[in-house]
Design a protein around this ligand. Structure first.
Ligand code: B12
Ligand code: SF4
Ligand code: SF4
Length: 441
């Protein structure tokens, strides 16, 4: 099979296995400066594992001897707002003369066709047109922005009409009322704890890795050669490969953005020594927009595309086990596990195309947590509740620590009683310290 036919076959197999997007890049050494500079400046904070296997991270031929191609895949987790307060979005997107109702019911009824990536013809956005029914999730989200004391402080005034839109390519293509396929996950729960969208269902590592392993077997059968899989699990720069494979571009918020599906995507790769026809790399379409940089509650986007983990809420609430510095904790305003702000404000996430992955469907009980419930967790009840979910990454101690740090002040009476017990008896010094701080506030 020649490289072109092999690429077509691999893409077909990828879609058959349930990947929304797939593209191919030539396996070659990545420029080392961005990663080396990021590490040298300490932006990886305490993620020491980022320092190891740098050679492999930068060069796929070191990870797999004789590697010639990188297959990048993505799934979407842009499920309609899983906040119990929101209603189903009624968004109509116009493509030429065709009007397609979008939203969960339309999807269930087969209203959306699958979206393709890589070199496969992209669907056109069509004429600049977007309608939003009053009373929909969008208007609900904006109302919450205006009324929630948390969000008024945490976020800049939301852009409502075309005049307020930034000058990035999205604003000229999709001018019209701001249509929010996804709302701001941090809004509407001032007294509660917010979980980042990607973490509201099953653990994506399990879902994607299982699929990738099956796909690897399919690929070996179809075109032979050696294949290695990765989804966060290996020294592979997944965003860089997705960009090179034409899945989109790395935006100023540091995330891979697909022009139709937005950035609420999770990525994986297959590295192979089989020669496959490569796609054209994605082209950056952020333009002069800087909404994400300005909206970040902790100023963690220190340069376009460069996130300093030492300031990022995602790092402090998910990866770090240490005490959360007070200025970061105050700015978190209820974000107990991860953060979506720099993606929520992005115009490219207004009305994402492509079916969100059913295997990653959000569970309401995992989307917004109750402070008292979290403070009452012990190791056993934590595992029983969250096994198989991304929350396991923080562990019971990490989650309780973050809840104490980011919960709204003053604590409720019931939360105070629990915090007093934690301050006194918890085996973790970090939890005891955060509990004391929460009680003193
Ligand atoms: C370490 C890590 C983090 C760290 C550091 C974040 C970061 N931006 O690097 C922390 C814990 C903060 C984090 C947070 C999040 N993460 Co994370 N994370 C990773 C991980 C494991 C490695 C990323 C890495 O190598 N960083 C080091 C820097 C130097 O690398 P880089 O940004 O990729 O740099 C390359 C390019 O960006 C480019 N580059 C560098 N600078 C610049 C500047 C410009 C202008 C441009 C155009 C390019 C560019 O060159 C570099 C090399 O070629 C990847 C999985 C993986 N193995 O790739 C997931 C990954 C990036 N994370 C992911 C997710 C979902 C998140 C969160 C959204 C989770 C959440 N909701 O809380 C946040 C988003 C925060 C953000 N705005 O980036 C997804 C992103 C999917 C997507 N659409 O892009 C990934 C790919 C996991 C996956 N398998 O899907 N993450
Ligand atoms: S995830 Fe949150 S804290 Fe981190 S860069 Fe984005 S907006 Fe800032
Ligand atoms: S919000 Fe950030 S990532 Fe999105 S278009 Fe604007 S600059 Fe780019």
């Amino acid at each position: 099979m020649n490289a072109g036919d092999a690429a077509i076959e691999i893409k077909r197999l990828s879609r058959e296995r349930g990947f929304l997007l797939v593209g191919i890049a030539r396996a070659e050494k990545l420029p080392s400066a961005p990663l080396e500079r990021w590490l040298a400046q300490g932006m990886h904070a305490s993620m020491r594992w980022m320092e190891s296997r740098v050679d492999e991270r930068l060069d796929p031929t070191r990870y797999l001897r004789g590697a010639r191609s990188v297959v990048a895949v993505a799934v979407s987790y842009a499920h309609p707002d899983s906040n119990p307060e929101s209603t189903e979005p009624e968004i109509h997107s116009c493509r030429g003369t065709e009007t397609v109702k979008r939203g969960p019911s339309a999807r269930r009824a087969g209203g959306d066709s699958p979206v393709t990536g890589g070199d496969v013809a992209q669907r056109q956005r069509g004429a600049a047109c977007g309608e939003q029914a009053p009373g929909s999730a969008l208007f609900g989200a904006l109302r919450r922005h205006r009324t929630s004391p948390l969000c008024d402080r945490a976020l800049p005034a939301p852009p409502i009409g075309p005049a307020a839109l930034p000058t990035c390519a999205a604003s000229t293509e999709a001018a019209g009322p701001r249509s929010a396929g996804v709302g701001n996950g941090n809004c509407g729960f001032p007294a509660e704890l917010n979980v980042a969208r990607y973490a509201r269902g099953r653990d994506y590592h399990n879902v994607i890795l299982k699929r990738l392993r099956k796909l690897r077997v399919d690929c070996e059968r179809a075109v032979g050669g050696h294949w290695r899989t990765s989804v966060d699990t290996a020294p592979v720069m997944e965003k860089a490969w997705a960009e090179r494979a034409g899945l989109g571009w790395i935006g100023k918020n540091g995330c891979l953005i697909h022009p139709e599906c937005g950035s609420l995507l999770l990525l994986g790769t297959l590295i192979t020594d089989v020669e496959l026809a490569a796609d054209k790399p994605g082209v950056n379409r952020c333009g002069s927009c800087r909404l994400c940089i300005d909206a970040c509650p902790t100023a963690a986007i220190v340069e376009p595309g460069v996130v300093d983990a030492r300031r990022c809420l995602s790092f402090h609430t998910i990866e770090s086990r240490a005490a959360i510095p007070l200025p970061i904790a105050r700015a978190a305003e209820g974000r107990v596990f991860g953060c979506d702000t720099c993606q929520d404000v992005c115009p490219w996430n207004r009305s994402p195309e492509g079916d969100p992955d059913a295997a990653l469907a959000p569970r309401p009980a995992q989307s917004a947590l109750n402070v008292e419930d979290v403070l009452a967790l012990d190791a056993e009840s934590f595992t029983a509740r969250y096994i198989g979910t991304p929350l396991m990454r923080a562990g019971r101690n990490g989650l309780v620590r973050a809840a104490l740090a980011v919960a709204a002040r003053p604590l409720s009476e019931k939360a105070r009683v629990l915090a007093e017990q934690l301050a006194e008896n918890d085996p973790s010094e970090v939890i005891r310290a955060h509990a004391r701080e929460a009680l003193g506030a």
